[in-house]
Design a protein around this ligand. Structure first.
Ligand code: SF4
Length: 381
């Protein structure tokens, strides 16, 4: 075949944060799915097998494959039978943003010490719902009726973009949602992958989003993630292409020197972005379930922030003692306001109206409800 160059993809082309999986498990029903073909073509040479162990489940099957090496994982391409579009599992006890989840998979290849998914899943199986046609069928049914607006995202049970080099899932999703101007999709990530941008037909309906934290926390606790400057450079690149971005100061961690760290993080944001580039920004204090606390104490010597003054909240999760939380929120909010970000573009993730009033001087009810307020912000600059 003289004159032709065959580009064989190589697992060495993967970004630094993403090592190839040790093994790929595939549900027989999705063996011929488009997504499965794409993943296998992007991971030549990686062994795969069908998930045939229906009785004890893929976890048991995977345990026979997992070498237990650090950062290793099994990629499980699953025929998902549950609901793809769901509500965020917030709680009635605090003000929730009522984010709608487009569920595309579970677990994450990054290794943040505080990640709640460790306590949820307790394994290194990263699941991807490979039956995308069922996702699209469900979305067709649920997104069409009336002129109802939806603010949705994929970054609740996984990082929205971490597996994009393998799956191209977000590219498919934004392309599909191009026909649904009543949907605004938020893509929440800690890495840089902008490969999906070329498939977006209307940048006003996609909100690329990054978590932000101090350099110290990113460096010591968010293993594999992009640095803050890299994240903000990518955010600025999105803004230059007509997108607005969302930022999430979450989890805000109380550690010696946090004032300097978070002040610098705010500086870094505005080295790259103007306030009008930001659709909204959340502030969320570190919260954890008892199971995660045990895991952190047992496995994570880097997680020294766990030894602090925490109380058990109304949702059963532990959270930083209120005066310390208020101090951190007020400090960061003031720095953001000094840079020109308006109050109404900030919100608290899972906090009481008392905290809202103390820091911002009003409650979500004063805004007409947090869900409606964020819906307006996501559609209306
Ligand atoms: S990026 Fe998000 S989902 Fe992934 S390990 Fe970190 S906290 Fe967990």
């Amino acid at each position: 075949m003289a004159g032709f160059t065959v580009n064989t993809p190589s697992v060495h082309d993967l970004p630094a944060y993403l090592s190839p999986p040790e093994h790929i498990l595939i549900d027989p029903e999705v063996l011929n799915a488009q997504l499965t073909g794409r993943v296998l073509s992007r991971l030549p040479g990686i062994p795969w097998s069908l998930s045939t162990d229906q009785r004890s489940g893929p976890r048991a099957q995977a345990s026979g494959i997992d070498s237990g090496k650090q950062n290793s994982f099994i990629l499980y391409l699953k025929h998902y039978k549950g609901r793809f579009l769901r509500y965020c599992p917030g709680t009635r006890n605090y003000n929730c943003c009522a984010y709608r989840i487009m569920h595309i998979g579970e677990n994450c290849p990054l290794n943040c010490s505080y990640c709640i998914l460790k306590a949820y899943f307790q394994d290194r199986i990263i699941k991807v719902w490979a039956n995308q046609e069922d996702l699209f069928k469900e979305l067709e049914l649920k997104l069409r009726p009336g002129n109802r607006l939806f603010r949705a995202g994929t970054g609740e049970f996984t990082d929205s973009l971490a597996l994009e080099p393998l799956t191209g899932y977000t590219g498919d999703l934004v392309q599909f949602l191009g026909n649904y101007p009543n949907v605004c999709l938020e893509l929440k990530s800690k890495i840089i992958n902008l490969s999906w941008i070329k498939k977006v037909s209307d940048p006003s309906r996609v909100l690329p989003a990054w978590s932000v934290n101090s350099q110290e926390i990113i460096k010591t606790q968010e293993q594999g993630s992009a640095g803050l400057e890299e994240r903000m450079r990518a955010a600025a690149g999105c803004a230059a292409q007509g997108f607005r971005v969302c930022l999430h100061f979450d989890p805000i961690i109380h550690y010696p020197g946090w004032e300097k760290g978070y002040a610098l993080a705010v500086e870094t944001i505005f080295d790259y972005l103007r306030p009008e580039n930001i659709a909204y920004l959340s502030l969320g204090s570190f919260r954890f379930m008892p199971e995660l606390e045990k895991m952190l104490m047992r496995d994570e010597s880097r997680a020294t922030y766990i030894y602090n003054e925490f109380i058990t909240g109304l949702d059963g999760k532990k959270r930083l003692f209120l005066p310390l939380r208020l101090k951190q929120f007020a400090f960061i909010a003031k720095h953001l306001k000094d840079k020109g970000l308006l109050d109404r573009h900030m919100y608290f993730c899972m906090e009481s109206s008392y905290v809202w009033t103390k820091v911002l001087g009003y409650t979500p009810e004063d805004l007409g409800g947090l869900d409606r307020h964020l819906l307006r912000l996501s559609f209306d600059p």
